[in-house]
Design a protein around this ligand. Sequence first.
Ligand code: CP3
Length: 355
Amino acid sequence: MTDALKNDRFLRALRREATDTTPIWVMRQAGRYLPEYRATRERAGSFMGLAQNPEYACEVTLQPLERFELDAAILFSDILTIPDAMGLGLSFAQGEGPQFAHPVRSAADIAKLAVPDMDGELRYVMDAVRLIRRELHGRVPLIGFSGSPWTLACYMVEGHGSKDFATLKTMCWNQPKLAHQLLDTLARAVATYLIAQAAAGAQALMIFDTWGGLLGPAPFREFSLRYMTRIVAALKADPASRDLPVTLFSKGAGQHLAEMADTGCTALGVDWTMDLTDARHAVAGKVALQGNLDPAVMRASPEVIRREARAVMDSYGNHPGHVFNLGHGITPEVDPAHMKVLVDEVHAYGRTLRS
Ligand code: CP3
């Protein structure tokens, strides 16, 4: 049995219901800016050693909640678990980001890809979700997540990180059928993966489309949005995930918010390049919004962090449906004391906004 939820501010805000204050969680809240994360990672030996061990994954998921009054936990894992389970051989070289031993390039490579077994290769993710839910004792809801098909394909075809992911983009122009075949397989894998996380106990779902903003408007619709729309429909059709809020986050894709709001998702993540007043008008009350403090502000003084957090909240205004977050992940050099400044200010100012 899992305990009843004690803090439902995050889920209420996603549903655009009234809350006592603004909920906050932070992308990469379990990560290298925390000394206790670095210590656990040291013990685990490698990033994948950490992510693939449910006890370690649970430990680091809970670490930020011990320090800060965060309103949600996010499963400690990575978006690249799916391609790894597909046999691409993921590793993280020290300080170099992700690397695949076997990137996919040819029609034969793509034809070989299959949806991984959620009770097999990806069982460790579901075990981590179950363990974290148990150890949370209902303190806050647990977010499960996946990469978008487009963003996963970026890494799978390039083989590593890149500024422009030109190899996949070239495939989209020269061999669109092949690109669609890859994205179709990935969309089925992502939907299956998120449904399995929901069945294991995740209480909200998020899709990270980190590289959607690399595409122009028409290619964004064709190669990114189309597949996220399919995934949202699959989640709505399955009893395990039907009632869970789904957040889509396409970084650098502020101009597409109106179309994204029509996918049937619950909320949209917004990066810091867009004003939340404009974002709110773009989505016309169809979805909640999550964001959008510039992560670089976290390196500034506590006074500046407080001021900029209030500015973000003022730009959303006193309306239901705001989940505070950074516009992208927190970076490793941030002082953890600054995170406490942020979380406490968001809660304090959220109360005054409502009074
Ligand atoms: O948000 C959380 O606290 C949950 C954990 C989480 C991680 N990665 C842990 C991680 C989540 C949600 C992700 C998602 C992810 N992973 C994305 C989408 C979100 C985004 O940041 O745009 C992407 C593109 C990846 C791929 C990835 N994983 C990269 C590019 C890197 C290396 C870059 C870096 O920050 O070092 C990773 C590694 C990674 N994933 C780390 C963490 C905490 C750091 C690795 C380490 O500990 O050595």
